[in-house]
Design a protein around this ligand. Structure first.
Ligand code: FES
Ligand SMILES: [Fe+2]
Length: 425
């Protein structure tokens, strides 16, 4: 459990909130790069950490991220004209470049213009891995640019998508780093089922309930769910948690292609989260079919690509099929990540963690909260939180069956990338 005070501390992310200040120290995904496909194209609304912003790609291809509201008389720049290296408010024609400078005022005679006195809030952006990342923190504390193994992969091998989750960001993160639920919530009841999920023959399901080992690092942690399979072998699945909201895990898609995958739980505001999903193949390129993400339920067949809302959602009970729940899958809901969203949204917008009863299987969740509380304290006292140094750059995750007496770290490290362990809990 978590005290009400700490729960508030970790979940509130607006400007002025302690966690809001902490998150603003990191590069944060703002939107998919493909939402701004061309220079001078239509601007896009972005709500991020409780702030209403407008993104646009200017004539030179640069991405601007500005306060939504025009400093003149507060009209929304969503209706703006994206023209000649700037976004022009259509109310009185004030125009702003990607750096937030006001460069023209159509409603004032030239000799009365005071463009040099006007600035609109603007945030620096960078495009990496198919995402536009933004930095909303103090300029003098800007960290190195985001750099993950997956952002360095060629576009032919990487897929990214996003979907809105109607809950606080921490519920999403905690679901993503909770290995104990996965072979339960996402279980299939028969080997013959063609629905998405883990079949009874999968070692993930065949294994007994896991023991968790968490290796604390300077970016967060790596951890393993260790499941006894039989007298002689263990199933191991590893994850990384990189502060403040990144998960990396091993994956495999419906045609058996081995992938490294992850999520980023980016707060839209306190009650809503944009879940970014990425995966890449270490072998052959991804096909169009792979990019549909049928198994996870994050792709264009399941998520409206204009609103980024799931077609299965809270209002229609995620189209749960009670017959399927009796005969084929544990939930009766299709889509592995749709199942995650259904359950995490079912807890309410911000779960009251003071009412929980946690056990050893929740160790990774507990450690993530501790690291986040440490990060908040460190930022509040003028320090640097974890996860800003280059030590996370190469991280991957792994899964395997190993002999019971083997050193699983030694066996899986080549796949996971070497990491310096500060303490094991
Ligand atoms: S409100 Fe934008 S120019 Fe007047
Ligand atoms: Fe899950």
């Amino acid at each position: 459990m978590l005290s009400r005070e700490d729960n508030e501390l970790l979940t509130r992310v607006g400007p002025g909130a302690a966690m809001g200040a902490t998150m603003r120290r990191y590069w944060t995904p703002a939107l998919l790069a493909r939402e701004l496909p061309e220079p001078d194209g239509a601007p896009v609304r972005v709500r991020l950490l409780g702030e209403d912003l407008i993104a646009f790609r200017d004539t030179r291809g640069r991405v601007g991220l500005l306060d939504e509201y025009c400093p003149h008389r507060r009209a929304s720049l969503f209706f703006g004209r994206n023209e000649e290296c700037g976004l022009r408010c259509v109310y009185h024609g004030w125009k702003y470049d990607v750096d937030g400078r006001c460069v023209d005022m159509m409603n004032e005679p030239e000799e009365h213009q005071f463009t040099d006195k006007i600035r609109i809030t603007s945030y620096p952006t960078v495009e990496r891995g198919g995402l536009v990342w933004a930095y909303l923190g103090p300029a003098e504390l800007a960290p190195p640019l985001p750099n993950f193994a997956w952002t360095a992969m060629p576009a032919t091998h990487v897929n990214v998508s996003k979907v809105i989750q109607e809950s606080n960001w921490l519920q999403g993160l905690e679901g993503g780093i909770d290995t104990s639920h996965a072979p339960i919530l996402h279980r299939l009841l028969t080997t013959e089922s063609t629905r998405p999920g883990f079949k009874p023959t999968n070692p993930f399901v065949r294994g007994k309930a896991p023991r968790l080992v968490v290796d604390l690092t300077d970016y967060g942690y790596q951890y393993a769910g260790i499941r006894p399979l039989d007298e002689t072998s263990l199933h191991i699945r590893t994850y990384h948690f990189i502060l403040p909201f990144h998960q990396i895990r091993p994956s495999q898609n419906e045609r058996g292609l081995r992938l490294v995958a992850g999520h980023i739980w980016v707060p839209i505001d306190d009650d809503t989260t944009m879940v970014y999903n990425w995966e890449y193949s270490t072998g052959e390129a991804l096909t169009d079919e792979d990019r549909l993400e049928r198994r996870l339920g994050n792709g264009p067949l399941e998520v409206d690509q204009t609103t980024f809302r799931g077609k299965r959602n809270r209002a229609n009970d995620y189209l749960i099929d009670r017959r399927v729940q009796k005969t084929e899958s544990f939930t009766g809901i299709d889509g592995i990540n749709t199942q995650d969203r259904a359950i995490q949204e079912s807890m309410g917008p911000i779960v009251d963690r003071s009412h929980e009863h946690l056990g050893p299987a929740d160790k990774a969740v507990i450690q993530a909260r501790r690291l986040l509380l440490d990060a908040v304290k460190s930022v509040a006292s003028g320090g640097t939180p974890r996860g800003l140094e280059p030590t996370y750059y190469a991280l991957r995750a792994a899964e395997g069956v190993v002999p019971r007496d083997a050193d699983w770290r030694a066996l899986l490290t080549p796949e996971m990338a070497q990491t310096e362990i500060l303490q094991t809990v």
